[in-house]
Design a protein around this ligand. Structure first.
Ligand code: C2E
Ligand code: MG
Ligand code: MG
Length: 582
């Protein structure tokens, strides 16, 4: 290590010699050693001029000097940022309190009175050098720390503003950029929000690694549509968003949207597979520069959600009606949560008749919402919302429980052959706890599973055939029957459906109410019934409203019927009065 450097400033060279001698170690052997590098300046001016060369760790400064005195030199050095930390010991013959105060005031760190005493000099120099070295270490450590903090901050910044998978800018970046552009008065901005259709299927069938590669490939393809001042960001998961400049109206966006949708016509080649994927697009155009970035983004998201509802590969531009619809939907969702807690869901029961014998076969349990202000609300109004929020799962189980309790009660009254049909939504059907929940309800209510029919729609089966087969088998092993509801409104064929373990087919009302007319559906119903009978499936015709419909159905061999001709869905008390008198 270098020896500490000391600059002695004194107009008298003799004084330097004295200091040098005092700071020299003389060993017993007579050999002299020096712990410091000593430098000499004969005036204040020289001292200031040679600071750079000597890089002093300490300055011993005389006060009484001809050109500028020590006090002034001290002030000047302390005012120079690069030297202000170098300690200065004033060496002075002036020892009044006033003189000393003046020295301290000028920035001196310590003082030694003349004539200099060896002990005092060596002690003060040593301690001052030590303090200075500690200060330097601390300053170096500080600089190091600052560099580390800066580096880490930069890393975090890039993590926040960049998506690590696709290397595209992130959602945070988009919001910041949008804010900047709105604040700088750019008003013709557009957000084009993209969401891949059924990306889960890709992850599910090819695995997440391929899913990730596909996202990178999509990002690369989308980037080709960027104009110089546009921005493309990855919002997260399978969502991307363009921020476009100078979009005056919807029409000027059309070519862009057309190109984007068109770019998904070609498959993506990932991991040696050709993968086709489509996107749903939501667009929001900025209205004014007062708009909040989050607001515009929310609008684009809402539009995208609407596009999704219409099916895949769709594009939707935001309008204010959507706000209203979204607001109403939120209110409804909130209301439904409360309704579940307040037990406002009750069941009505619609009779199902064996139309060949004219005898009552059983009931279909249909949920009603007994709203405190609106009265009885039909399920068509709230089931779709419960499907999206998932509330159908607890409500559906509550329905099943009430239906089983009612079935059990009627069976105890002696109506042991009655069946109870209960609707099961797609969402419930794919719920992992479905079987466990059903088992629990059966155990709690003591209802006979052989008298229970669960109604599912074709889509519940088509959405995931493998799972559907497994679940329906499990249900059947508990003796529960399975009915396909609203048959004819989905896309499945009877031949296909028959591969699933099902028992009954409910022909949709839309076929039944065209029976009298000379419509071709008339013959479709005929064929469905004949085929079902051959396949061993019991057919239930829904929505029978007229005698003609009934007679026709009886003639073509339909076994069961349900509809207003017999009765509307009724509360349990009415059912008991009309159908279950002992
Ligand atoms: P769905 O399961 O097909 O039930 C039959 C619907 O047709 C009932 O409507 C019933 O009132 C109506 N209906 C019966 N006969 C006739 C008729 O002759 N003419 C006409 N025009 N309509 C008739 P509702 O009770 O309004 O239920 C509508 C749908 O809501 C049900 O259709 C079902 O898909 C769903 N739903 C009802 N309750 C539940 C439930 O507890 N859980 C689930 N997941 N869905 C339910
Ligand atoms: Mg039904
Ligand atoms: Mg139905």
């Amino acid at each position: 290590m270098n020896k500490p450097s000391i600059l002695v400033v004194d107009d008298e060279p003799d004084n330097f010699d004295v200091i040098e001698t005092f700071l020299t170690n003389t060993q017993d052997s007579g050999q002299a050693t020096q712990d410091y590098q000593l430098h000499y300046a004969a005036s204040g001016k020289d001292a200031i001029a040679c600071l750079e060369v000597f890089q002093p760790d300490l300055i011993l400064l005389d006060v009484m000097m001809p050109d500028i005195d020590g006090i002034e030199v001290c002030k000047k050095i302390k005012a120079m940022p690069q030297w202000s930390a170098v300690p200065i010991i004033v060496v002075t013959a002036l020892t009044t309190k006033k003189d000393l105060a003046q020295c301290l005031f000028a920035g001196a760190d310590d003082f030694i009175s003349k004539p200099v005493n060896r002990l005092e000099l060596t002690a003060r120099v040593r301690s001052m050098i030590r303090i200075h070295q500690q200060y330097q270490q601390l300053a170096a450590f500080n600089t190091q720390l600052e560099a580390m903090v800066q580096e880490r901050t930069a890393q975090l910044q890039s993590m926040i503003f960049e998506d690590s998978l696709t290397k595209l800018p992130s959602r945070a970046f988009l919001l910041q950029e949008l804010k900047k552009r709105l604040q700088s008065g750019q008003s013709s901005l557009a957000l084009v929000y993209l969401d891949c259709d059924q990306f889960k299927l890709i992850n599910g069938s090819f695995g997440h690694a391929v899913g990730n590669q596909l996202l990178i490939a999509i990002a690369n393809r989308l980037q080709q549509h960027l104009r110089p001042s546009d921005v493309l960001v990855r919002m997260g998961e399978d969502e991307f968003c363009f921020l476009l400049n100078q979009i005056e109206n919807e029409t000027s966006l059309e070519p862009f949207l057309h190109n984007i949708l068109g770019s998904f016509l070609q498959p993506f080649v990932v991991a040696n597979c050709e993968i086709f994927i489509t996107v749903s697009i939501g667009v929001a155009l900025s209205r004014n520069t007062d708009q909040q970035p989050e607001e515009l983004l929310q609008d684009a998201d809402t539009a995208m959600y609407q596009a999704k509802l219409r099916g895949k590969e769709s594009c939707q531009i935001f309008d204010h009606q959507m706000h209203l619809a979204m607001f109403n939907r939120l209110i409804l969702e909130n209301d439904l949560q409360r309704a579940l807690a307040q037990q406002e869901f009750i069941l009505y029961y619609q009779p199902i008749i064996n139309i060949q014998t004219q005898k009552l076969a059983g009931f279909e349990a249909l949920v009603r919402w007994q709203h405190p202000e609106r009265g009885m609300v039909s399920p068509a109004e709230f089931i779709p919302s419960m499907e999206t929020t998932g509330l159908i799962i607890p409500v559906g189980m509550e329905v099943l429980k009430q239906a089983c309790q009612q079935l059990r009660a009627w069976q105890l009254q002696g109506w042991t052959d009655l069946t109870m049909s209960v609707n099961l939504s797609v969402r419930q059907f794919s719920c992992a706890t479905l079987l466990a929940d059903i088992d629990r309800i059966l155990a709690e209510t003591g209802a006979n599973p052989a008298n229970i029919k669960l109604e599912i729609t074709e889509s519940a089966i088509m959405d995931n055939a493998e799972t559907a087969i497994a679940i329906t088998k499990e249900l059947r092993s508990r003796q529960i029957q399975i009915s396909i509801d609203d048959f004819g409104t989905g896309y499945s064929s009877l031949g296909y459906l028959h591969r699933f373990p099902i028992d009954n087919l409910k022909i949709d009302r839309s076929f039944v109410n065209q029976i009298q007319s000379e419509n071709r559906n008339y013959h479709v119903v005929d064929t469905i019934i004949t085929l079902s009978n051959q396949l061993g499936l019991a057919v239930i015709a829904e929505g029978i409203e007229t005698k003609e419909q009934l007679e026709w159905l009886q003639n073509v061999g339909c076994k069961y019927g349900q509809g207003y001709l017999f009765n509307k869905p009724l509360p349990a008390s009415e059912v008991e009065k009309i159908y279950l008198r002992s």
